[in-house]
Design a protein around this ligand. Structure first.
Ligand code: GLU
Length: 341
């Protein structure tokens, strides 16, 4: 394992796909994985597969392997991952606790960390301000402890307080960044989110910490993911900078809507659009890729295609910045794609 701040400022492109093994790969996340893979391949980069399994109660047994099998069935591949190892192994977050602890130490030394006993419910009760992204109640700076014992961190380390989470002291400036699909973005993290949790009171490392530490440690230069994570990006940039790193390029793929224009929930997507379901119904992987490529504006009409045929000339900047509306009958739409002979 390596130092999370060891990322090179320039150098070869390193893309990644980082699913949580909590449900099957469906058309929505296959589309994101395809775009991430194509962008990395078009730049001659290295593609990393990382398993984000920190939320143990939500992890589904066998899902990590099933997800990799589904993506391989589509024709995607990676140079480093849980099944292949590589220079930044292990590629499984539950085996990377030492790195997350090292990052917390560093943030503590930089005076960006504090223990917090205010529960989420108390925060909601205290909130007078409107809720921020994903219904989050921004953590008011007024709740920051004014005085902490000089050895609070060492004490916490030796004897964790089960009622305290560790929070990141955010900066108060606006965080601008370029999204390579959605265009210029910015967020005032202090007002939108406030100081956010890095280690939960139950001892679990938060997604925001783990994703940042791992992207830095694995030298990731390009992050392509769903728009549901757009509201996390400014937070992650602040954290990356506090850890002495440099942010990667970000690209968020617009939301997936159903045929009526409603947001598709993860559960709905998994139930009706899982790749395993399409595969069992006899759909060819090239039909799925060709259909997704059509929705990404890479083909004029759906036609079965292996992913390699889409690499040349692929550019994230040409992807549609508007939501993707699913067909009313996804299986029928995929079956209607002219198959490969
Ligand atoms: N593991 C996260 C998810 O499956 C994605 C993390 C990321 O791409 O930053 O939603």
């Amino acid at each position: 394992m390596d130092d999370p701040s060891s990322r090179r400022a320039d150098g070869p492109v390193r893309g990644r796909y980082a699913p949580s093994p909590t449900g099957p790969i469906h058309l929505g996340n296959a589309r994101t994985a395809l775009a991430a893979w194509l962008s990395c391949r078009a730049q001659g980069g290295t593609f990393v597969y990382r398993l984000e399994d920190l939320d143990a109660p939500r992890v589904v047994a066998g899902m990590a392997t099933a997800q990799m099998d589904d993506l391989r069935w589509l024709g995607l591949d990676w140079e480093e991952g849980p099944d292949l190892a590589g220079p930044h192994a292990p590629y499984v977050q539950s085996a990377r606790h030492k790195l997350y602890e090292a990052a917390l130490d560093r943030l503590h030394r930089a005076e960006r960390l504090f223990p917090c006993r205010v529960s989420r419910r108390e925060l909601r009760e205290l909130a007078s301000a409107p809720h921020g992204p994903s219904g989050l109640v921004p953590y008011p700076a007024s709740l920051r402890p004014t005085r902490l014992a000089t050895d609070w961190y060492a004490q916490f380390h030796d004897d964790p307080d089960p009622d305290a989470a560790l929070r990141f002291r955010v900066g108060d400036g606006d965080v601008p960044f370029t999204d390579h699909v959605l265009g210029p973005q910015h967020q005032q993290v202090q007002a939108a989110v406030g100081d956010f949790v890095l280690k939960r009171r139950d001892g679990v490392y938060a997604y925001q910490l783990a994703v940042v530490v791992d992207d830095l440690a694995m030298g990731v230069t390009e992050v392509v993911r769903g728009q549901d994570l757009l509201s996390s990006t400014a937070r992650q940039i602040q954290l990356i900078e506090a850890l002495g790193g440099e942010p990667p390029r970000y690209a968020h793929l617009p939301l997936v809507l159903d045929a009526e224009g409603r947001k598709v929930s993860k559960r709905e997507a998994e139930a009706g659009l899982a790749l395993t379901h399409l595969r069992e119904a006899g759909v060819q992987p090239e039909q799925v890729v060709g259909y997704l490529a059509y929705t990404l504006g890479l083909l004029e009409r759906p036609a079965a295609t292996p992913p390699q045929a889409l690499i040349e000339g692929f550019d994230l900047g040409n992807l549609p910045a508007t939501p993707w509306r699913l067909p009313a009958l996804p299986l029928a739409a995929l079956q209607a794609v002219p198959p490969l002979r």
